[in-house]
Ligand binder design. Structure first.
Ligand code: AMP
Ligand code: MG
Length: 418
């Protein structure tokens, strides 16, 4: 057996990082920047007021209350050159350019308008720079706002728009071919002949790929026939950047993914028994020395776990990410998470919930056999049980969250946390 970390390292290091392409900002969410972006301008571009109030010279109101004549009024977007002379005030709205001569703004709530708006009583002293935003105080011209390798989040799209960038060089996400193998597989709603089952893996894997932003090419269900599989893999390698298969990687006579990849790729094919449960068998190969094939096991839970642990980090690398492996969080086991020692790391399907103190708790979601996809669907995390006899109720356990958006709330507070 090979360790999880060794297997992952072998796979990830063999995968290429895809080249950059230019995308409009609106189509760049979640993509990884392929080049650094330096701001050509200051944001804000001019000194501006952060309040509705009165622009003035702070020295004039040091002995407030002080009555000042109001000589002008500026709104956001006003391009006129406006000046505040000594002993004067200018009415100003949030976002308006600060008039020349002014060095502070007194918020309107600390003033009283007098003489029909021709004067203002400033009730309090305001220090130099109060309520003034200086040019470049958000983004300075010449600064690197997006280093290469940055994941373009929503806020980064706003940052780029604010410095006048309309398109951005980002890594291309891999186009991924997808197929299931097995003579027993059917899809759709038709009646099942004896011995047949419906394909549960492709819908899961397609959703995981598309959810990550990777275009897919669906090659459907491939029978346990070496020639057909080989032809399909060759087609996929010409069209896709990577291929994900399920089934056919164990030690059985008809485990054709293993057999065909061995045939096609020789030493570029790695058939592994990874020290994990579920998802022990795994095939990884580079077709034509360049297109990664992830040969995931057939059992539905195994294929999904295997995807998360191996294919996901590798595909993230291809898409330019530098954070590849999902970090584990620490949770409290609410019940015993038992297991037998067998030299493997176990991934238990768990429901992770947050208690009123914000601490994470886990309990098994259901049956833990590798065909029990319903318990996987009911789970939102994988508890990581290292070799041994498991974790007792109340003890800490690492958990990989499958979907932070499905993190429930309402676990009972635990005595384990003070
Ligand atoms: P295999 O690795 O091909 O021997 O498959 C292991 C187990 O997973 C067998 O019981 C298969 O019938 C089952 N299996 C394989 N592929 C799928 C699939 N796409 N959907 C549901 N079960 C599958
Ligand atoms: Mg099979």
């Amino acid at each position: 057996m090979i360790s999880l970390e060794e297997a992952r390292e072998l796979i990830v290091s063999a995968c290429p990082i895809l080249e950059g392409e230019r995308r409009p900002l609106r189509a760049a969410l979640g993509r990884v920047s392929a080049a650094a972006i330096v701001s050509g301008e200051d944001v804000p571009p001019f000194s501006t007021s952060s309040m509705d109030g009165f622009a003035l010279r702070s020295a004039d109101v040091a002995r407030a209350p002080v009555l000042l004549p109001v000589v002008d009024s500026v709104m956001a977007g006003d391009g006129r050159a406006v000046e505040v002379g000594p002993g004067q005030a200018v009415r100003i709205m949030t976002g308006a350019p600060l008039p020349d001569g002014a060095d502070a703004v007194c918020m309107v709530e600390r003033t009283r308008v007098e003489d029909d708006g021709r004067a203002v009583l400033v009730e309090v002293a305001v220090g130099l720079g109060t309520a003034v935003r200086l040019p470049g105080s958000d983004i300075a011209a010449g600064s690197e706002v997006v280093p290469a390798g940055t994941v373009l989040s929503e806020a980064y799209l706003g940052v780029l728009a604010r410095i006048g960038v309309e398109s951005v060089e980002v890594h291309r996400p891999p186009t991924v071919g997808l197929l299931s193998t097995g003579d027993e597989l059917r899809e759709g709603s038709g009646s099942l002949p004896r011995g047949a089952i419906r394909d549960g893996n492709r819908p899961v894997l397609a959703a995981l790929l598309e959810g990550a932003g990777y275009p897919i090419v669906d090659y459907g269900i491939i029978p346990d026939d070496a020639a057909t599989l080989r032809k399909t893999i060759e087609r996929a390698a010409n069209r896709c950047d990577a291929l994900v298969t399920s089934g056919g990687v164990s030690v059985g006579d008809l485990d054709i993914v293993r057999i065909v990849l061995q045939d096609m790729c020789g030493p570029q094919m790695h058939w592994m028994q990874v020290a994990i449960r579920p998802a022990k068998p795994l095939a990884f190969a580079l077709v034509d020395g360049r297109v990664p094939v992830f040969g995931l096991p057939g059992n539905p839970v195994s294929s999904m776990v295997s995807f998360q642990l191996f294919a996901r980090p590798a595909l993230r690398k291809m898409a330019g990410h530098s954070q590849l492996v999902q970090p584990a969080l620490s949770a409290i086991a609410d019940v015993d998470l038992t297991r037998e020692p067998d030299g493997k790391t176990h991934f238990t399907r768990v429901v992770a919930e947050v208690d009123s103190a914000g601490h994470l708790h886990v309990r098994p979601s259901g049956g833990q056999d590798s065909h029990q996809l319903l318990a996987m669907a009911q789970a939102n995390g994988l508890a990581v049980l290292p070799e041994g006899t498991g974790v007792r109720a109340g003890e800490p356990v690492d958990v990989l969250l499958l979907d932070p958006d499905r993190l429930g709330f309402g676990a009972p507070p635990s005595a384990a946390f003070p």
